[in-house]
Design a protein around this ligand. Structure first.
Ligand code: FAS
Length: 394
């Protein structure tokens, strides 16, 4: 078998790459380790930022792949129970963010890709990558019935997330991994409980909490916890008590909890995001803490750049975009890492100062005060939330 691109992974990155390539008439195969049912139910991100919405519009895909109401462009910060509404729309003409849960986007991309005749193979096991610096690469895998395949390709899109095989296919010493650990834990909870009218970030002396919409009848909550905490330390009563206290909302309605997990807030950036014929896309290249909702949106950004670069190569015999892919993606990655880091420190240091001390707590409070009172600071915040780059890609 031989195709132009083999895509490893059918999450937001892989399916966006594959769907965009199909739009360009470029042949590709998607190899996904898990079943379609498993991938379709994985609930994570909940907002497609304005830049990504406009990206899908530019490909004529927005109506097919984006569901969910437009985000009204307002975030609520609740500091010690006091509410502050902050715009996260930058005022530019054009579509704003959409409250489209990640699993809905993934399902719609899957349908669009298959409807366009896309080749998507689930339960592809033992994927390995070969010949990345040769004339053609080869991707090998074993299908669910045990048959072994080898696919020749011009490019491999490593869209297999943080624990995939593609980044590991790069020889030692080529990639630099930049990592940061905030020393902060989060308990994240999904519940069939009424969503808030808008995303809510709460700062309290007991620690950070957040309440985000995840569809018309679901909510995602975050609760700051010790970095090594486990879900078992959080029985339902404790979860709802902590949320009502930190969100300063004693009447917060509860609901059946459908998922709970704990994780550490940390970041990872792999540099470069390319090795020969392998291009790393999304979480396979970078991890950002969910603060600011940038993880999935960065995956969509990378996917768009990669698909356009392959289109330029195939249609125009122009490899400029392939050569600059890593540099251009990393410029955006570091900008979003910085924003997420700033927001993470601000909303955590401003609350519980047992972790950071009173001096850093005062700095964080000053940053919030500036955000709530300075139109310039608010505009800078809104620009970063939309993902719209004031200085278009170089
Ligand atoms: P993914 O991990 O989504 O997809 C990788 C795919 O590759 C998976 O389907 C996997 O099965 C497959 N795969 C792995 N190894 C393979 C192999 N060897 N062979 C074949 N296939 C393989 N981001 C936001 O923007 N906003 C948020 O609010 C947000 N909240 C989050 C909450 C949680 C609890 C978590 C864990 C993440 C959150 N994220 C959020 C980040 C998250 O959404 C990721 O950024 C996003 O899934 C990245 O998409 P992909 O790069 O496609 O990686």
């Amino acid at each position: 078998e031989s195709v132009t691109v083999v895509v490893i992974g059918a999450g937001p990155a892989g399916l966006t790459v594959a769907t965009l390539l199909r739009r360009c008439g470029i042949d590709c195969v998607v190899l996904e380790r898990r079943s379609r049912a498993h991938v379709a139910q994985r609930q994570r991100a909940g907002i497609v930022e304005a830049r990504a919405v406009r990206m899908f519009e530019s490909w004529g895909l927005a109506d097919r792949v984006l569901d969910g109401p437009p985000h009204d462009g307002i975030l609520e910060f609740r500091v010690d129970g006091e509410s502050h509404l902050v715009a996260d729309r930058d005022g530019s003409a054009g579509s704003g963010a959409r409250l489209c849960p990640q699993q809905v986007l993934v399902r719609n991309l899957t349908d669009a890709y298959l409807a366009d005749g896309g080749d998507l193979r689930y339960e592809a096991a033992d994927v390995t990558v070969h010949g990345l610096t040769g004339d053609r690469a080869t991707v090998r895998y074993r299908s669910a019935d045990g048959t072994r395949y080898a696919i020749g390709c011009a490019f491999v899109a490593g869209c297999d997330g943080e624990h995939g095989v593609s980044r590991g296919s790069v020889p030692d010493g080529v990639l630099t991994a930049h990592t940061f650990d905030h020393g902060i834990g989060w308990l994240t909870v999904l519940a069939d409980a009424p969503p808030p009218p808008r995303p809510l970030l709460a700062v309290s002396p007991q620690g950070f909490a957040a309440h985000f919409p995840r569809g018309p009848h679901s909510s995602r909550y975050y609760l700051q916890c010790p970095p090594d905490d486990q879900p078992a330390a959080w029985p339902e009563d404790r979860i709802w008590d902590a949320l009502r206290t930190r969100l300063a909302d004693p009447a917060l309605p509860a609901g059946p909890i459908t998922d709970r997990e704990t994780f550490r807030l940390r970041s990872l950036v792999s540099d470069p995001m390319r090795y020969g014929r392998l291009f790393l896309v999304g979480d396979a290249a970078h991890i950002v803490s969910p603060m600011g909702g940038k993880g999935m949106n960065l995956a969509l950004y990378d996917a768009d750049l990669f698909a356009r670069a392959v289109r330029d190569h195939v249609r125009d015999r122009d490899d400029t975009a392939l050569r600059t892919y890593s540099e251009r993606c990393l410029r955006r990655v570091w900008s979003d890492q910085e924003f997420s880091h700033w927001l993470t420190r601000t909303v955590h240091d401003a609350g519980d100062d047992t972790r950071c001390g009173p001096f850093l707590r005062r700095l964080a409070r000053a940053r919030l005060d500036r955000l709530f009172t300075s139109p310039t600071a608010a505009q800078a915040f809104a620009e970063l939330m939309t993902g719209l780059d004031p200085a278009p890609d170089r």
